[in-house]
Design a protein around this ligand. Structure first.
Ligand code: NAD
Length: 493
């Protein structure tokens, strides 16, 4: 059984106001290894009382502490660079914990740690570059008008389970660079690397108490964070249903607050007739099966041109069947298990729906795998009606629906413009007119051309329609944690 040595922090405690403290309850949450379904740790299930302590710490740190009121941008930059160094030093241990807790292949996790470290360094570079604008007054030369950008305040973050350390970095790095203070809640299934992160942040001695706080648990503590009147912004990543609930809740609090919601997807991919079929089949399979399909931007609706449909299917099948499913901590493992029993049962239910209700044909897979934990085979359906449930609902598992063959790219674009989601899309083609038509007409936050799933810190990521609003990564995310103040000064006074 994969295991890690003793954690360098006490996982039964929570990090609030620069200290590891006890939760106000004895209620706990089991943390599992999805490869085997073994319990690997037990963490507190925080209460609204714990959350209130965390928010007050972040509020005091923001309004009275040195992080915002005394530190220069350069000091915040240096604190973040020290944090990036600390993560880098401990990366081997973090990678192992992340892989065991999520079931992700260790090689994928290593890439995520590369991104996480780079992200903190990238956003550290923004911390000393907060800029306003000078705006000349209309018809009055004695007025000086200018803007200053200020941090939005206390930010409450609620994360999905699927990229614990990476999505933490997406949120926390730009917020800290902007000068905000943070209360962070990870997905209840994957809290360990968030606690590890708190331990490293603490070890730098560069972040004043209350700048970064963690609460653990699920709905109760998440709802308390969304409802808390001292929170100035909510950054949420999760499902559409919870996201809509969060938006409604933030509108009902005493003070309305800015909200950014990163939600689900049902991302289309299009294979045009002029591409290398073997290469494209492999890219499509990894576009869908990466992280066992538990990616918001997973390529799950595939359009294949009629003229290559029959040639493409065997290649797709071979690419899916060649994926190596094995212990995630082995270097050559390519796909891991689902995160927990709930997600495992949900995916099996969708496979049943595909077979029985949608009457789709199985090209490969469709069964549990490895006889342990939460493993399911990479599953391909083909000849699927574009309106079928498996082709329109987010499954969040290793299931690809190859739709009925298409003849015209215009028809595909017309249908995809009505897709409930608008997070990502991909096209495989050598024809620049087709590529331009697709990238111009489709309203998706990210569009990949002849590649899929590649992301880097400097490009914004987010969605249209039910995939949410707001952007993570890039300058856009940093700007989202700043608010402009307009100053009008009568210099003739
Ligand atoms: P989820 O909606 O079940 O939970 C997300 C988070 O919300 C968890 O931390 C959960 O504890 C919390 N939560 C639940 N109820 C709450 C409430 N009433 N108030 C406040 N918080 C509450 O989603 P999940 O299963 O953890 O994640 C999978 C979903 O996340 C998928 O739909 C996926 O597409 C989406 N996702 C989106 C992105 C993106 O960037 N767009 C990235 C990753 C995941």
């Amino acid at each position: 059984m994969a295991s890690f040595s003793k954690l360098p922090f006490d996982e039964k405690l929570i990090y609030i106001n620069g200290r590891w403290t006890e939760s106000s309850t004895t209620q706990t949450c089991n943390v599992e290894n999805p490869d085997t379904a073994d319990v690997i740790a037990v963490v507190p299930e925080c209460t609204a009382e714990d959350l209130d302590r965390a928010v007050h710490a972040a509020y005091t740190a923001f309004h009275d502490g040195p992080w915002v009121n005394e530190f220069s941008g350069a000091q915040r930059r240096d604190a973040m660079l020290a944090l990036a160094d600390a993560i880098e030093k401990s990366r081997g241990e973090i990678e192992l914990i992340e892989s065991i807790n999520t079931g992700k292949p260790i090689t994928d996790v290593r890439g995520e740690l590369d991104d996480t470290i780079d992200l903190f360094r990238h956003f550290a570079g923004y911390a000393d570059k907060v800029e306003g604008r000078h705006i000349a007054a209309q018809n009055n030369s004695s007025l000086e008008g200018y803007t200053v950008k200020v941090p939005v305040g206390v930010v409450g973050f609620i994360n999905a389970f699927n990229y614990p350390i990476c999505l933490l970095a997406w949120k926390v790095a730009p917020a800290l660079a902007a000068g905000c203070t943070v209360v962070f809640k990870p997905g209840p299934q994957t809290p360990l690397t968030t606690q590890y992160f708190a331990h490293l942040l603490d070890s730098t001695n560069k972040f004043p108490p209350g700048v970064f706080n963690v609460v653990l648990g699920g709905v109760t503590v998440g709802q308390a964070l969304v409802d808390h009147d001292l929170v100035d912004k909510i950054g949420f990543t999760g499902s559409v249903a919870t996201g809509k609930h969060v938006i409604r809740s933030t509108a009902s609090t005493r003070n309305v607050r800015s909200t950014s919601v990163e939600l689900g997807g049902k991302s289309p991919g299009v294979v045009m007739p002029d591409v290398d079929l073997d290469k494209t089949a492999k890219l499509v399979v990894s576009g869908c099966m990466s992280n066992a399909g538990m990616n918001c931007n997973a390529l799950t609706r595939l359009w294949v041109h009629r003229s290559i449909y029959d040639d493409f299917m065997p290649r797709l099948k071979a690419a899916a069947e060649s994926l190596k499913l094995d212990t995630p901590q082995q270097d050559d493992t390519e796909m891991g298990p689902l995160i927990d029993r709930r997600q495992y049962e949900r995916v099996l239910e969708y496979i049943r729906i595909g077979k029985e209700e949608d009457k789709a044909s199985v090209l490969t897979g469709g069964e549990p795998a490895l006889g342990r934990g939460y493993w399911i085979q990479p599953t391909l359906f083909y000849n699927v009606d574009p309106k079928a449930r498996i082709a329109t609902e987010e499954i969040f598992g290793p299931v690809l629906s190859v739709l009925q063959p298409f003849d015209s790219l215009d028809e595909v674009i017309e249908i995809e413009r009505k897709n409930e989601f608008g997070l990502a899309a991909g096209i495989f083609s050598r024809n620049h007119q087709d590529i331009a038509k697709f990238t111009r007409k489709l309203r998706s936050g990210t569009i990949w051309v002849n590649n899929y799933n590649t992301l880097y810190s400097y490009l914004p990521f987010g969605g249209f329609r039910n995939s949410g609003f707001g952007r993570e990564l890039g300058y856009e995310s940093f700007d989202g944690y700043l608010a402009p103040k307009a100053i009008i000064d009568d210099i003739s006074f």
